[in-house]
Design a protein around this ligand. Structure first.
Ligand code: NAD
Length: 339
């Protein structure tokens, strides 16, 4: 249906991509093509797309050159959102190679195919897809680590410390270069830590809930005082959509919810919620299960986002505060883990 705009969403079976699709598949002005390799992190069960005629799934690698070329030629995408990535810092420490292949080379392959479709005749932006847009989803980890004070702004110099954040930083630079060199309509978002439904079991919040329910030690790195700025996933997705449709080309937008919390605070908060919902048979608090484990090498101490640009320019604001978001999240994982 060519009345609809075709939008390529990569990594749409992962945590944030699936939340994005579940939220925006309802907009029938768009046809979403979800390209996902289905690595260990991708799961089609994350998607709520039954009966949607404006949704197509393609299993494949963003770094597969013939496949991506074929998809761009077939669907002539007007918009691209690149969520696909290797996303777990611990895995990048064990073996960074997939991070280079997917995060850097895969992003390059997408950019290059968008360039060929949009910037070369007969589809040049000037004549054809005036509203073409390429949004690259990135992280605040590219900025490195903060001391006790200060916030990351869009002007903060990049200083990535893990192979994960270095690969994301490299991809951000490639995206930037396609604007400055070719005038491509690209946008980048750098977001803080997300939480909410459909996050992979390996990540901090699902791990806390799952281990607590299993009566296992709840592992917390180092002294537990590392600070992250937590954002409920659908608030991130709404920010992405706003930047995609209304952001200024070539710009980057930080997205964050002003919810700085130490990891140990998160663990204790979740234990408190669980204590009320399903008290332990022993009568003790789940917090007794918290166990400090050897810190991650190169573990950044503090991340915190200044989101005033997206708030001021585009009117974005998070709907959830940390307390409302974490309560929803715990309820969701209780359903998942108690099945
Ligand atoms: P995720 O690991 O849950 O999902 C990644 C998805 O990408 C999976 O479905 C996986 O199968 C797919 N994928 C991996 N390699 C692929 C490839 N080569 N080709 C096609 N698909 C591939 O990740 P997430 O947490 O949803 O993160 C999505 C994006 O958001 C990433 O780019 C990440 O860097 C960024 N981000 C994440 C957070 C966070 O807190 N989770 C914060 C800021 C930015």
């Amino acid at each position: 249906n060519r009345e609809q705009k075709y939008i390529l969403v990569t990594g749409g079976a992962g945590f944030i991509g699936s939340n994005y699709i579940n939220l925006f598949v309802k907009d029938e002005n768009y046809h979403i093509v979800n390209l996902d390799k289905l690595t260990y992190a991708g799961n089609l069960d994350n998607l709520e797309v039954e009966g949607a005629s404006n949704y197509t799934f393609v299993q494949g690698d963003i770094n597969d050159k013939p496949l991506v070329k074929e998809l761009f030629e077939k669907y002539r995408f007007q918009e691209v959102i690149n969520f696909a990535a290797e996303s777990h810092v611990d895995n990048s420490i064990l073996d960074p190679s997939a991070f280079v292949e997917t995060n850097i080379n895969g992003t390059f392959n997408l950019l290059q195919n968008a360039y060929v479709l949009w910037m070369n005749k007969p589809f040049s932006i000037k004549e054809g897809f005036k509203n073409a847009r390429f949004l690259h989803v990135s992280t605040d980890e590219v900025y490195g680590t903060l001391g006790a004070e200060g916030l990351f702004t869009e002007e903060t110099p990049y200083a990535p410390n893990s192979p994960y954040s270095a690969s994301k930083a490299a991809s951000d630079f490639l995206v930037r270069s396609y604007f400055h060199t070719y005038g491509m309509p690209v946008l980048t978002t750098n977001c803080s830590n997300n939480y909410g439904p459909h996050q992979h079991d390996e990540k901090l919040i699902p791990t806390i809930i799952r281990t607590a329910l299993n009566e296992e030690p709840i592992p917390i790195y180092g002294d537990g005082k590392n600070v992250r700025d937590w954002l409920y996933v659908t608030d991130h997705c709404k920010g992405i959509n706003l930047v995609l449709r209304e952001g200024r080309f070539g710009e980057t937008y930080n997205i964050g919810g002003q919810n700085e919390r130490e990891n140990i605070y998160i663990a204790k908060k979740i234990c408190e919620l669980l204590d009320k919902k399903i008290p332990r048979k022993s009568g003790k608090s789940y917090a007794d299960l918290i166990t400090y484990v050897v810190d991650r090498p190169g573990h950044d101490r503090r991340y915190a986002i200044d989101a005033s640009k997206i708030e001021g320019e585009l009117g974005w604001k998070a709907d959830e505060n940390f307390e409302s978001g974490i309560a929803k999240t715990v309820n969701w994982y209780l359903q998942k883990y108690q099945k």
